[in-house]
Design a protein around this ligand. Structure first.
Ligand code: PHE
Length: 341
């Protein structure tokens, strides 16, 4: 008897495994036979009362495995048939299956918007490498050897070549461009940057910036301010308020940070602006003459301004995204929400 029920289950197992499914009809046959209301596994479940007590547990377990096997086989073939089956080979007038169209990532949406705003006023997009050398990321930008940003704690250096690093800001594109082009120029450099930060809801070890650089004769701080105001209005609406706070960067002099007033309409606003309603979106300043000279541009003839803005936080406010980690997890439930954005 013992052997008998084990053998019986084994027989059903092979029956499921060997059942040929090559078309929709066979798939339906399979469903009726193993999963339908009168499926052939049912009597086995009913027979549990006749199984000796000490075997009941094992018997039940094996039966359930049998059932899952049938379930799995069915859903596997069902998926296959719905992706390949042309509903009816005869009727060519039926509409084609719609392929699922992807959506653009919120970071891409915001970066594209920034690029399109600045292209209206003559900025040209330039892209460059993410793995940089120390000179283009730090030295040429006037960052002294003992500056904390150069620390291993802040910057990812390559393991075997520690004169190379993952760029910590898109300002490296400034030096790449200035060493190979002569002014006047107006460029915009969108891209990914990396810092050795602990990952949390507010900060990540990778994020995105858009860098701007304008070099010509007689470029002034007033030009910078007008350009940024123009940007803020286009991006956040014509009533937006901005403020420039004095700041410090080794490669600009004077330097400032720009905040926009977003307001405190809801919970995300409170959290992202730390309860102030103001959001810092960029660092900027007049290109330090030493940087121009480092790159072979005569600082007695030319001057320029530069800015570098963070993208993640702007996107958080614009789309009410509560946590920066969502950007990098590629969860389709998150990404699909930007279909119509
Ligand atoms: N690179 C700076 C940062 O990452 C931003 C910046 C760019 C500041 C250009 C001034 C000029 O914080």
């Amino acid at each position: 008897m013992n052997k008998h029920w084990r053998e019986l289950i084994e027989d059903f197992r092979s029956l499921i495994l060997n059942f040929q499914i090559e078309n929709g009809n066979e798939l339906e046959e399979f469903r009726i036979k193993f999963l339908g209301t009168k499926n052939i596994l049912k009597p086995l479940f009913a027979a549990i009362s006749s199984i000796p007590n000490e075997d009941k547990k094992e018997y039940g377990l094996l039966l359930n495995q049998l059932k899952s096997l049938a379930d799995e086989k069915y859903s596997q073939f069902k998926e296959l048939s719905s992706s390949t089956e042309n509903k009816s080979t005869e009727d060519l007038s039926l509409p084609a299956d719609l392929t699922r169209i992807g959506s653009r990532h919120p970071i891409t949406l915001v970066m594209d918007k920034v690029v399109s705003i600045f292209s209206k006023i003559g900025f040209q997009v330039v892209e460059d490498r993410e793995i940089e050398d120390d000179w283009h990321n730090f030295t040429a930008l006037n960052t002294p050897d003992d500056h904390p940003a150069r620390d291993m704690q802040d910057t990812f250096y390559l393991k075997d070549r520690n004169d190379f690093l993952l760029r910590t800001h898109t300002s490296s594109v400034q030096t790449r461009f200035m060493t190979t082009h002569r002014p006047p120029f107006r460029i915009l450099a969108p891209g990914r940057v990396f810092r050795n930060e602990t990952i949390s809801a507010r900060s990540h070890c990778q994020f995105h910036q858009v860098e701007g650089l304008y070099v010509d004769t007689n470029v002034s701080m007033a030009d910078l301010k007008q350009t940024l105001l123009f940007f803020a209005k286009e991006m956040f609406g014509k009533d937006v308020k901005i403020r420039l706070r004095p700041s410090f960067f080794p490669f600009t002099e004077p330097s400032a940070e720009m905040d926009i007033y977003w307001g405190l309409k809801d919970e995300t606003d409170h959290r992202i602006t730390k309860g102030t309603g103001w959001l810092e979106i960029l660092g900027c300043g007049m290109v330090d003459p030493a940087v121009l000279d480092n790159c072979g541009i005569d600082s007695k003839v030319y001057s320029g301004f530069a800015f570098g803005m963070g993208i993640e936080r702007q996107a958080m406010l614009l789309y009410k995204i509560p946590d920066i980690r969502y950007y990098f997890e590629n969860d389709l439930r998150f990404l699909r929400q930007f279909k119509n954005a």
